[in-house]
Design a binder for this molecule. Sequence first.
Ligand SMILES: *Cc1c(COP(=O)(O)O)cnc(C)c1O
Length: 365
Amino acid sequence: MTIEFVDLKQQYQALKTDIDAAIARVLAHGQYILGPEVAELERQLAAYAGVRHCIGVSDGTTALQIALMALEIGPGDEVITTAFSFAATAEVILLVGATPVFVDVDPHSYNIDPAAIEAAITPRTRAVMPVSLYGQCADFDAIEAICRRHGLPVVEDGAQSFGARYRGRRSCGLSTVGCTSFFPSKPLGGYGDGGACFTDDDELARRMRQIRTHGQDGRYHHVRLGLNGRLDTLQAAILLAKLAVFDRELAWRDQAAARYDALLADCVATPKLAEGCSSAWAQYTIELDERERVAAALKAAGIPTAVHYPTPLHLQPAFLDPARPAGALPVAERLARRVLSLPMHPYLDPAQQTFIADGLRAALR
Ligand SMILES: *Cc1c(COP(=O)(O)O)cnc(C)c1O
């Protein structure tokens, strides 16, 4: 049995007619940059996330950077974020000249601990950037309450969570700005790089549109510092075809996660969803005492796995923070040693999952 970690080829076979037609339409009309598909995708994604504005951008990292630039965060400013995420989260804070302040995570959701945010606020704090890790939203009710008291904007790194529900709302519709990624393996993925920023704030939306195109408010009239951060028309066309079946795929991801839970809950720690929350299941991640040995045994059995992420951000050479040496953020550091992500995608079938679970049980013995 061959098992892919994320099976994009199978998804393409299922959606081939619609995706091929969408690509052919773009090639025929020739508006490759900010063509009509980009505006249509932005309209549909804004409605999906339940916000007024969506700005399609070149990738998820740039989405985060554009959000921070629109909020005018820069040198001397601190941005509080989680220590347990992908590098992009920390990178963009440093790229705008600000300082990331890493805090620990909740041991059940793996997302930023709201109490730790409150404890890290200083007079220099200018924003809070929670990550909705593995597809489950961070605790935005608690985060909003703290940030409202302190007058701080919240930027959700929803690169892994687009589509997730949080108490009646959706990821990317929970904060001042929500950002997501359409990297091919994300829950809503294109066939290349892509991303989006979401907001209800008209002024921030205007600034983010300008920043995406070199800070222009009209052709060759540059009113602020910007960059080249546009979403390709071809990617937008592909994403429109995939968005049409996204809810069905999310339901299939839920079913795959439930099957894993049933197969594995008696032998390993399986993912925990908070009350009123769903996950977009970017990853299905378990915790293991002997991760390296188990991962090697699974690999030998033809079962691909991945570690998201082996080093917490405050211990990465590029982001080292003298105030937070090894041992300072114990939950993130412990998770970095223990987590292992199993194959997860909408087209995973029960027979494959039984094979994976049998392989895992054998490895654990
Ligand atoms: C993928 C990812 C990003 C970056 O998205 P790109 O589209 O690859 O730039 C940022 N944050 C998190 C948590 C991610 O998983």
